[in-house]
Design a protein around this ligand. Structure first.
Ligand code: FAD
Ligand code: AMP
Length: 478
């Protein structure tokens, strides 16, 4: 007999699994379909984020940072650390255990919340029927009042550098190296390229990042991007802007990469090459030709502001739809859709999705950049505070970077918080909370911040917006 559900979710990444749990919590009979299998051939939940994205990359970023600190930064504290070595397979093994714990945790949450897991490939048919094909090829049809498509994204391939997952790898392959490559190339200076490049640079690889654009981190505030480029270059990352990769050849476990830049045609030989040129939506065999669901011109499933597709009762969330490809954006969309299905009037504030680059120093921001606001003709006041003037940052020997708060010159309402420095992601979240409640720079300035904390840098930057910083000379008002 055909199984019937109130909600069927296709994909168990941060968009899909969160939507499924929320729907079940709201009393809806819910199933979630997932096809991804781990190396042992077992269905693994959590999607890109838990298996080959956010979590494993952060595990390697944290391990490699500890190694780098022990090797290069302990001496200043008077700690003698001799003979520091890195056991790469052990580091990769630790990462694998974290992934296993977390993906197993999602399976546990499904059980605890009564979400039915259907293992296999899901395909939306006409009339909100969903076909599930197991790894053994057997199919079943389930019926749903509502369907949530959450099939995520995968790395973009470029013809000049075809991925073989040996010498030329994508982000997934770059999380699995068993030794430190001597010379590592990275195509793309986006978030993923910078994070993965940083991991292997800290462990001793000589890293060159080839970026086609002339501008570094175009989405970030220019002042922050400039500081980041200076810092990463000082750390030893060779970031070549305006460098477009045109071809590559793999020979004897090395790859010769051809690219063009302002000086003409160039060639570099690498031991490994990471292709990190962006991600594209996964919609292969997801929709029957008569499903009625529309895509946009770039292959994303077309949705409105509430994630409804062109078919009533069918929704799509996460990387497979427009907007930032971020786990927290996917999850919040999942919650919004589950709540709307349950009859609530949920909305999502797309203006306040924080962005983070987990390099060291971290880079994070929420709201608009100074350049965006200028282009929009909004008069602003800006306050900055460098970590070099923060007692807590000095104590931690981590004084690079700054906090920048941008406020409307007329209303003082905070419109953007941008941070490069220690715990940037956590500090920006404080800004985001304030902005959600319509904070002014003065409001932030009037709050009591614990001393000594890195958060005080946010306090001081907010005070600096109106020329009232205490621990730094204020800019004269023009
Ligand atoms: P996904 O996580 O891609 O999940 C989709 C799931 O659907 C997959 O499990 C897939 O197997 C399944 N699926 C697809 N089609 C079908 C089908 N037809 N039937 C059944 N199952 C199907 N984001 C952050 O916010 N912070 C970070 O630090 C961060 N770091 C990242 C680091 C790396 C290296 C990468 C690659 C990504 C990172 N991201 C990060 C991005 C983040 O992983 C994605 O934004 C997030 O996973 C999107 O969630 P999703 O649920 O939309 O899709
Ligand atoms: P993101 O989309 O943030 O992951 O960043 C991917 C980056 O890769 C973008 O900044 C692109 O400009 C860059 N990129 C794409 N194709 C090439 C190429 N052929 N050579 C160098 N950089 C590229």
């Amino acid at each position: 007999m055909t199984q019937k559900f109130d909600v069927v979710v296709i994909g168990a990444g941060p968009g899909g699994y969160v939507a499924a749990i929320k729907a079940a919590q709201l009393g809806l009979k819910t199933a979630c379909i997932e096809k991804y299998q781990d190396k042992e051939g077992k269905t693994a939940l959590g999607g890109t984020c838990l298996n080959v994205g956010c979590i494993p990359s952060k595990a390697l970023l944290d391990s490699s940072w500890k190694y780098y600190e022990a090797k290069d930064h302990f001496a200043i504290h008077g700690i003698e650390a001799k003979g520091i070595t890195i056991d790469v397979p052990a580091m990769i093994g630790r990462k694998a255990n974290i992934v296993k714990n977390l993906t197993g945790g999602v399976a546990g949450l499904f059980k605890a919340n009564g979400v039915t897991l259907l293992e296999g490939h899901g395909k939306l048919l006409a009339g909100k029927q969903v076909e599930v094909t197991g790894s053994d090829g057997k199919t079943q049809i389930v019926e749903a009042e509502n369907v949530i498509l959450a099939s995520g994204s995968k790395p973009i391939d470029i013809p000049p550098a075809p991925v073989d997952q040996d010498v030329i790898v994508d982000s997934t392959g770059a999380l699995e190296f068993q030794s430190v490559p001597k010379k590592l190339g990275v195509i793309g200076a986006g978030v993923i390229g910078l994070e993965l490049g940083s991991v292997w640079a800290r462990l001793g690889a000589e890293v060159t990042v080839l970026e086609a654009l002339d501008k570094f981190l175009p989405a970030a505030d220019e002042q922050i991007a400039k500081e980041a480029l200076k810092t990463f270059t000082k750390q030893g990352l060779n970031i070549r802007l305006g460098a477009r990769v045109t071809g590559s050849e793999v020979k004897k476990k090395q790859v010769t990469v051809n690219f063009t830049d302002a000086d003409g045609e160039q060639t570099i030989v690498f031991d490994k090459l990471i292709v990190a040129v962006g991600r594209r939506p996964v919609t292969t065999d997801l929709l029957a030709s008569d499903s009625g669901v529309d895509m946009d011109e770039r292959g994303f499933i077309f949705v409105d502001d509430q994630c409804a597709t062109s078919v009533p009762g069918v929704y799509a969330v996460g990387d497979v739809v427009r907007g930032a490809m971020l786990a927290h954006k996917a999850s919040e969309e999942g919650v919004m859709v589950a709540e709307r299905i349950a009859g609530h009037k949920a909305q999502m504030n797309y203006d306040l999705i924080p962005s983070v680059i987990y390099t060291h120093p971290e880079i994070a921001w929420v709201g608009k950049t100074e350049q965006q606001l200028k282009t929009e003709g909004v008069a602003v006041n800006v306050g900055t505070f460098p970590f070099a003037a923060s007692g807590r940052a000095m104590a931690a020997n981590d004084t690079g970077g700054m906090v920048k708060v941008i406020a409307d010159a007329t209303t003082d309402r905070v419109l953007g918080v941008h941070v490069i420095g220690p715990s940037a992601a956590e500090l920006v979240q404080q800004g985001a909370i304030g902005m959600e409640f319509g904070t002014s720079a003065e409001d932030l300035g009037m709050m009591v911040f614990s001393h000594p904390t890195l958060s005080e840098a946010l306090h001081e930057a907010a005070l600096a917006v109106n020329g009232q910083a205490i621990h730094i000379a204020n800019r004269k008002k023009r």
